[in-house]
Write a protein that binds this ligand. Structure first.
Ligand code: DX5
Ligand code: ZN
Length: 220
């Protein structure tokens, strides 16, 4: 199944609950929540209390992308706030394997993200510990950046790695610079979770979700 995961980073935070309701009503089954600490990335967004508040508005899958140093410190907080899936960055963990196991011990899905300059080969030791690999297609920290084209090759390599390990069930997520012009090529490279922030929340978010989902369904 392909998922469109609207990233609320580009939403209007003063009406965040409504913004989420709108994209879910338009058909999005997953919501992408970008947590930034001003240290791992040069920007600060929001934390567990905000996620906990908007959790009341929807049953959609909450895909929490932690762009924070040493995320192991906060896994329980985000689980309690309502995360269904927690993704941590390889570059931010002292022990990524241990962190992923801790996420799974909470009974939720575990994801491992790599930034654009991190070689995909670093993922190999973790293939049995993850439910999702997130290939960043921009440098993490800000919405509205341009898609890095080389990411398509990286996604293909991750897909091949998953197949080699017998992990056909692995979700492959791509995040950054995705919109109507490239969403189909990202999916065809092997991704099944497509994050879109500015392409959803700039303009009519319901209409944008319907358009992007139609592209995924027509070509999928
Ligand atoms: C970037 C975030 C992304 C971002 C995507 O660090 O992880 O989720 O919000 O925004 P767009 O789709 O505008 O690139
Ligand atoms: Zn993200």
């Amino acid at each position: 199944m392909n998922y469109l995961a609207p990233s609320v980073l580009s939403a209007d935070f003063s009406i965040l609950g409504q913004e989420i309701e709108t994209v879910v009503r338009a058909g999005a089954r997953m919501v992408h929540l970008d947590v930034m600490d001003g240290s791992f990335v040069p920007n600060i967004s929001f934390g567990a209390p905000v996620i906990s508040s908007v959790r009341k508005n929807t049953d959609a899958l909450f895909d929490v992308h932690l762009m924070i140093d040493e995320p192991a410190r906060y896994l329980e907080d985000f689980h309690r706030a309502g995360a269904d899936l927690i993704t941590v960055h390889y570059e931010a963990c002292a022990d990524a394997g241990d962190t992923l196991m801790k996420v799974r011990e909470l009974g939720i899905r575990a994801g491992l993200a790599i930034s654009p300059d991190t070689p995909v080969e670093v993922l190999e030791p973790y293939m049995e510990l993850v439910d999702l690999i997130l290939v960043m297609s921009v440098y993490p920290g800000f919405g509205g950046q341009q898609f890095i084209e080389d990411s398509l090759t990286r996604v293909k390599v991750v897909k091949e790695m998953a197949q080699t390990c017998g992990r056909d069930d692995l979700w492959i997520e791509v995040d950054g610079g995705i919109g109507p012009d490239n969403i189909v090529s990202v999916m065809k490279a092997g991704a099944n979770v497509l994050v879109a922030g500015s392409a959803v929340f700039r303009g009519d978010s319901g209409e944008n979700v319907r358009r992007l989902m139609t592209l995924l369904e027509e070509q999928g």
